[in-house]
Ligand binder design. Structure first.
Ligand SMILES: Nc1nc2c(ncn2[C@@H]2O[C@H](COP(=O)(O)OP(=O)(O)OP(=O)(O)O)[C@@H](O)[C@H]2O)c(=O)[nH]1
Ligand SMILES: [Mg+2]
Length: 479
């Protein structure tokens, strides 16, 4: 991560400062040939390890921090030149990990990157674990866990909306919200404790919660609930929408897949039973990633290979958020269509009446009468760009309008964060129930503390090693 993403020391961060003793190294760029590859180092020996192999063209060691230095990497044993490079040194604590860091920008090729990494390891660095640079940034208090997760999301992001959400989390939007909730919780706890002390002075006569405390708790409950709802409503913005194309053989499923993704992804022939396996691709819809699954046509009594394909079709059906059921309006409805209808069951689906350019043998009314779908079928032809545009608009309207409502100010917690929020909400509800009765001050405090602990976990405070291992293992080596 470069200077523009550097965040100042965070005065609110309560995590342990635990600078590591060992120095780690890894290739930070993806494998393959390219203009630039980077080997990065972090830890107390980063600078001295660099000194053993880097020969600056200008100046000498110690290298000034936060500058780029031009020179060569040479094998310290043979003095042979390995590559011409630019090296940056970022002295602790103003670095990604808050430790001393060195990044060697060399040419990107498999052998050259491996060679430089080997020299770095020979000089005393240890190969970094996946996500270890970011884990150190977290452990050293530069970022909280929600920001670390945001970094993984930015790297894995394939669509504009998901990227925007992750960017907001990296800036600390969720942390700010959590801190605001915690401030209110602390205030509530302090007031409840003060009321308890006061009731002690009255020789045990307990007091009812003041109306303003109840109102503050209600506000908190509503705000946490809203964030949980956002997590549910905005799930597709984060994870994308999965569509499955199903229908009887030859209905035009593969043609529709090709038309939506804009390339010849699946084989299309006039013969029923062409697609045997599930074919997956993706496209963007209003800035959201849509994963689309083309499946084998469903029909009864097929051969063994085809029935394996149909089994996979049924599995894809289950995975999908929405099923697009293609009917061929140039052929009358038949028992194969009924079989597809049965397979879809109660899954959310839309019916498309394909091949509207041909003579019609099925009317939308017939489809309504036979299958009673929740919305009328959409006639289209996969050959007509205008129809495809209409389909895209209708999908965006139906499945993305709600998730995108108020997008600019949305936080959209991920699954882990949402779980913490739900548990915090549960504890707050417990506190509210107790507040409505008289004399439970101490128990109210227990519930409020429970909620505060759950909110802490969102930022990674108090999370156990297993959770951290799981999160950071999803990163690549070198991040
Ligand atoms: N006239 C017309 N033909 C179409 C249309 N869409 C697809 N087809 C044709 O229908 C035939 C079958 O298309 P596919 O896309 O292979 O159908 P499928 O549903 O994937 O078929 P299976 O893989 O066998 O289940 C091909 O000859 C396509 O060119 C359309 O809108 N109009
Ligand atoms: Mg097909």
């Amino acid at each position: 991560m470069r200077g523009e993403l550097f965040l100042p020391l965070n005065p609110f961060c309560t995590m342990d400062i635990s600078f590591s003793q060992d120095t780690i190294g890894a290739i930070a760029t993806p494998p393959g040939e390219g203009g630039i590859g980077i080997v990065r180092l972090s830890g107390p020996r980063a600078h001295s390890i660099c000194e053993t192999l880097f020969h600056p063209r200008y100046g000498s060691f110690p290298l000034p921090s936060h500058r780029l230095h031009y020179g060569w990497i040479k094998d310290p044993r043979t003095r042979a030149t390995v590559d011409e490079v630019l090296v940056s040194h970022m002295a602790a604590p103003r670095s990604y990990t808050r430790e001393d860091m060195v990044e060697i920008n060399c040419h990107s090729g498999y052998a050259v990157l491996q060679r430089i990494l080997e020299l770095v390891l020979n000089a005393g660095a240890r190969l970094a674990e996946p996500g270890e640079f970011t884990r150190r940034a977290f452990l050293n208090g530069r970022i909280d866990l929600s920001q670390a997760e945001a970094i993984a999301e930015i790297i894995g992001s394939r669509c504009e909306k998901g990227l925007e959400l992750a960017g907001r989390h990296l800036e600390g939007a969720l942390r700010e919200k959590v801190h605001r909730w915690q401030d209110s919780l602390l205030q509530l706890e302090a007031e409840t404790e003060a009321a308890l002390d006061f009731s002690d002075d009255l020789h045990g006569e307990s007091l009812e919660a003041a109306p303003q405390q109840r109102a503050l708790l209600e506000e908190l409950l509503a705000s946490v609930e809203e964030a949980v709802q956002e997590g549910e409503r905005g799930r597709v913005l984060r994870e994308g929408l999965t569509l499955a194309l199903v229908g009887k053989p030859n209905a035009g499923k593969s043609s529709l897949l090709n038309a939506l993704v804009g390339r010849d992804r699946a084989i299309v022939t006039p013969f029923p039973g062409t697609t045997r396996d599930v074919i997956e691709d993706s496209f963007l819809l209003s800035g959201v990633q849509v994963r689309i699954l083309d499946t084998a046509g469903i029909r009864g009594g097929p051969d063994a290979i085809e029935s394996l394909g149909i089994e996979r079709t049924l599995a894809s059906l289950q995975q999908a958020d929405v099923v697009l059921w293609l009917l061929d309006q140039s052929r009358p409805l038949d028992e194969q269509d009924d079989l597809v209808h049965q397979s879809i069951g109660h899954k959310a689906h839309r019916i498309l009446l394909n091949k509207r350019d041909l003579h019609s043998r099925v009317t939308p009314q017939e489809v309504m009468d036979r299958y009673h779908p929740s919305s009328p079928p959409l006639p289209l032809s996969t050959f007509h760009p205008h129809d495809l545009e209409r389909l895209r608009n209708s999908l965006a309207r139906e499945f993305l309008q709600t998730p995108l409502e108020g997008f600019e100010s949305m936080i959209v917690p991920n699954l882990r964060q949402k779980q913490c929020l739900k548990e915090a909400h549960q504890a707050l509800k417990g506190a509210a129930r107790l507040m409505d009765r008289k004399g439970f001050g101490e128990l109210i405090i227990v519930e409020l503390e429970k909620a505060r602990k759950k909110l802490d976990e969102i930022l990674g405070k108090g999370e156990d090693e297993d959770v951290l291992d799981r999160i950071f293992s999803q990163f690549c080596i070198g991040k």
